[in-house]
Design a binder for this molecule. Structure first.
Ligand SMILES: Nc1ncnc2c1ncn2[C@@H]1O[C@H](COP(=O)(O)OP(=O)(O)O)[C@@H](O)[C@H]1O
Ligand SMILES: [Mg+2]
Length: 120
């Protein structure tokens, strides 16, 4: 899974769900989460999920790293350490969850009520 594949997958789902206004931000956060899994986890991305239920849009990226994602405070011109800041700013909530089989999922969520009622 490369970041572009994730961005396109997210855009495709959101269009189908009538959530076009979220496409730009959702593509950005999906790209950052997948990039992190590729860069910081030994086996990269294990899975990606895009879910929409009860007015909440959720993007989950699973990887094989035992390390926790952590917001960094890059100084000044530093180019690294801004991905999760971006995720935190653009989404309404984010976090991570360990899985029993040793992987972890980093997720973020958007409050996304739909005029049509939404759903899957
Ligand atoms: N999926 C992940 N697995 C393990 N560590 C992660 C993961 N995502 C982020 N991190 C940790 O959180 C830090 C901050 O991530 P980020 O803000 O995207 O900055 P960057 O990727 O440029 O270092 C990373 O430097 C890394 O230490
Ligand atoms: Mg990053």
């Amino acid at each position: 899974m490369v970041p572009k594949t994730a961005r396109d997958l997210v855009a495709e789902h959101l269009q189908r769900w009538g959530l076009a206004s979220f496409v730009q931000d959702a593509r950005t956060v999906a790209s950052e989460l997948v990039t992190n899994a590729v860069q910081h986890a030994p086996y990269g991305v294990v899975g990606i999920a895009v879910k929409y239920a009860d007015g909440e849009l959720r993007i989950e990226v699973e990887d094989g790293s035992p390390d926790d994602p952590a917001i960094r405070q890059p100084d000044g011109e530093g180019e690294r350490g801004r991905g999760l800041q971006l995720v935190q700013c653009l989404s309404d909530a984010w976090g991570f969850q360990r899985k029993a089989h040793g992987t972890k999922t980093t997720w973020c969520a958007f409050h996304a009520p739909s005029a049509t009622g939404g759903g899957d």
